[in-house]
Design a protein around this ligand. Sequence first.
Ligand SMILES: [Zn+2]
Length: 365
Amino acid sequence: MGGSQWPDLNATIATLLRDLAAIQSVRPKSFGYKRAASAVFWLERPIDELRAADGSFPRIPGLGPSSMRVVAEVVETGWSASAERAIDASGKRAEVDRRRAIGGASLSRAGTLRVLALRDRRLPALARYRGDLQMHSEWSDGTTSILAMARGCEARGYEWCAMTDHAGGLAIARGLSDRDLVRQTAAIARVNEKVAPFRVLRGIEANIAADGSLDLTPEQIQSFDIVVAAPHSKLRSPEDQTARLLRAIRTRGVHVIGHPRGRMIGSRPGIIADWDAVFAAAAQRNVAIELDGDPARQDLDYQLAARARDAGCLFAADSDAHAPDQLLYAETALAHARLARIPPERLVNTWPLAKLLRWAAGCRQ
Ligand SMILES: [Zn+2]
């Protein structure tokens, strides 16, 4: 896949702890390792920096003695002999190796913060991030109101956001019916009266079907400020799905290809495609490629995103938040953009609203 992996100790340990969770035959033990993995993933500093002068670790909430042994081993030796022994003894070695072979880089919270702190004016900065192009409210599978999401964005210093609840084709995510779409338009207008000059754009996350078509009519697609089109099915298929993505990119009115692979870290490999052909088509249509910052997705990651950068693509580094406290996932997306060395001017999230709307209008032609 090209490009070396950015060293991220906490991500390495969290992955190992998730492996251990997967091999447990008793539910509470599995749950304990999962909780430990999450605790390490969300630490704000690399875990080796938390050690005292005598080498001992402080008590870290969520981490029990067996998880701490794994931590200590990885910090000392770079790997965990006890975890590998447990995997061998479980009889699930093949399953774990399969999960480990699922490609792609990921960043922990500490890894994200380290990348965001790098001083380099050629890279997009968090302080210049003006708006997020993928988020969900209680109108589909999010948990809060549109107003709460808008206020959350305002609190992060943004100038605009796109509310992109799921279109009706995705029943599992409580996609919006045609009637809901009309009602939500009015709801967004009411929110905009309250939050001005902040601006909520009327967006949608359309589902890319297996044949590359979207779950919206051409007239509906044209009616949104922002259309994110994303795959949600056939994400474990060994077939090449280049044609599926090309059709979506060439659909008039599509602005962003959301979580383009549909991978889940350590569990779902996502779409197989000729990515250079996909990126070339996106660059030609000025369709942005998304860096989805949901920690479980991180899709695209910086390794594949670097190829999209070389193809000349635009990018959207989005949170895919389903609640206001998840808006910070945009920081993980931005960290991937920085590691992919995406020039700030090619990251649509840094654009003033007027420029964003001009670009959006261009994609409808
Ligand atoms: Zn999605």
